[in-house]
Design a protein around this ligand. Structure first.
Ligand SMILES: [Zn+2]
Length: 147
């Protein structure tokens, strides 16, 4: 079965379905993520596919679950086909950090390292989010002055 990449990109509103970074400011096209990885028998059906930035897709690797230290349980990673992002994640007030609010949210933030907490390089998601937050502030100031 051929994967309709444009349909998947449009369905995701051109955002990574995990970190919500926008594809149009990425240097590369986003990737097709298999929610249940093909290596574990996942299919190419649209209900098993999400749009993911290269970074999130690489961090997922072939993981489908993670350990939540708060509840001491193993829970599945966030599934954008079955779950609402806003039920498991929120943004920090400055818009630069993704907070996992549920076991699913917490293990996904950890597995995908959505806030660059495991790596010294702050060159991708946090950087993009900080840039967007800055641009949003600039836009707000422009609207206030020239609106
Ligand atoms: Zn991402």
């Amino acid at each position: 079965m051929t994967i309709d990449r444009e349909l998947i990109r449009k369905r995701a509103n051109y955002l990574c379905e995990y970190c919500h970074s926008p594809e149009n400011i990425s240097a590369t096209r986003f990737t097709i993520d298999h929610i249940i990885p093909k290596s574990l028998g996942g299919s190419n059906n649209l209900d098993n596919i999400a749009l993911a930035c290269r970074r999130c897709n690489e961090r997922r690797y072939n993981f489908i679950a993670g350990y939540d230290p708060v509840t001491s349980t193993i829970v599945p990673l966030f599934n954008p086909r079955l779950q609402e992002w806003g039920q498991h994640f929120t943004w920090s007030t400055d818009g630069t950090t993704i907070i996992g609010n549920t076991p699913v949210g917490r293990v996904t933030v950890s597995r995908f390292d959505l806030n660059d907490s495991r790596y010294a390089r702050k060159d991708s998601i946090v950087s993009i989010l900080m840039t967007l937050a800055t641009l949003g502030k600039i836009q707000s100031e422009i609207l206030v002055h020239f609106g």
